[in-house]
Design a binder for this molecule. Structure first.
Ligand code: ADE
Ligand code: ZN
Length: 337
């Protein structure tokens, strides 16, 4: 039966078994927590609390991340963030997530990758003990980094062999960095050879060439955003032929001005072209997104049927870097929805 009220529809989307494969810990700060940490550290706020999360676009947003992450100075701060993400994930009805963090944003943790991963891991472990869903970590390079800095991070990651870390990622501003696929190819090759999965931000601040480079130069198992692949049929063919899934974040693309409206967003056109698409929040608190809200947004804008919702949720599970048992369990639950 089709639910009648908006509340019923939202509850039904929360109950849809799914995974999140594209969310950043950097995007999980609550405004009151930031204000409290800033006060405690004697750091002034960049603007009043009510306007704290108003962004001009990606460059302004990334700049804000450096300020916010700079306030997280203790192990307790990091564990509180990772635990908070798991709580939000469970409240959205997801059974697993791959979460990205980018060490370059966190000034207090420079050169302390192991301690940082341990602190985040403590929050995720506590969450799992409290019955919240499992989470894998994707450690991210920044597009504007040097090749040497990228290799240093990957070598440290490979030496660390932390069981919480499932993948190497790259994020940041491709429009500012220019074409950087060649710069990061060796770092991604080493990560892949060491058994790490690979996820790549592309086709958000870059066009379809960025998506092609993510596949051909960086060996991406999955692409974060990737939406601008819609501009080149040959890149669409590549995504379809190689079955490389996109982790799409419609609200993020609207707030950060990649597209002016959900009606002009290409997610449905990508899906109809045969590209594997999942829905995600990107930076949930900072950009005002919830996972069930992303499903509701697309359901309403594109009149998605239950079969379409199920297929997008299925892609989110298949595309995740969860272990096979977790995937099997979630797919079984999905078949019952
Ligand atoms: N880091 C956090 N969110 C991001 C985004 N949407 N694009 C690139 N880098 C990011
Ligand atoms: Zn992202």
């Amino acid at each position: 039966m089709t639910p009648h009220t908006a509340t019923d529809r939202m509850a039904r989307l929360r109950a849809l078994p799914k995974a999140e494969v594209h969310a950043h810990l950097e995007g999980c700060f609550e405004p009151a927590v930031l204000e409290q940490w800033a006060q405690a550290a004697g750091v002034s706020m960049p603007r009043p609390r009510e306007q704290l999360f108003q962004f001009e676009g990606l460059a302004d947003f990334l700049h804000f991340l450096d300020w916010a992450c700079g306030l997280a100075r203790t192990r307790g701060h990091l564990a509180e963030l990772s635990y908070g993400y798991s709580k939000r994930l469970a409240a959205s009805g997801a059974g697993y997530a791959d979460v990205i963090f980018n060490p370059t944003h966190w000034a207090a943790w420079q050169g302390r990758l192991g301690a940082m991963v341990d602190a985040l891991d403590a929050g995720f472990q506590a969450a799992e003990q409290d019955g919240l869903p499992p989470v894998g970590l994707c450690v991210s390079l920044l597009r504007t980094q040097s090749a040497e800095a990228a290799l240093e991070l990957v070598d440290a990651l490979v030496a660390l062999r932390h069981p919480r870390v499932v993948a190497l990622s790259i994020d940041g501003n491709e429009a500012a960095a220019g074409r950087t696929g060649p710069r990061f190819a060796e770092a991604f090759r080493r990560a892949g050879a060491a058994g790490l999965r690979r996820t790549v931000h592309a086709g958000e601040s870059s066009g379809p060439q960025g998506v092609r480079d993510a596949i051909e130069l960086l060996g991406a198992d999955r692409i974060d955003h990737g939406v601008r692949a819609i501009e080149d049929p040959a890149v669409l063919d590549l995504l379809v032929e190689r079955a490389i899934p996109l982790g799409i974040c419609p609200t993020s693309n609207l707030v950060l001005r990649v597209y002016p409206s959900i009606e002009t967003h290409p997610i449905d056109a990508l899906r109809r072209a045969g590209v594997l698409v999942s829905l995600n929040t990107d930076d949930p608190v900072l950009l005002g997104a919830s996972l069930e809200g992303e499903y509701a947004l697309c359901q309403a804008a594109f009149s998605w049927s239950d079969d379409t919702l199920r297929s997008v949720a299925r892609t989110s599970i298949h595309a995740s870097f969860a272990n096979p048992d977790v995937k099997q369990q979630l797919l079984g639950q999905l078949a019952q929805w």
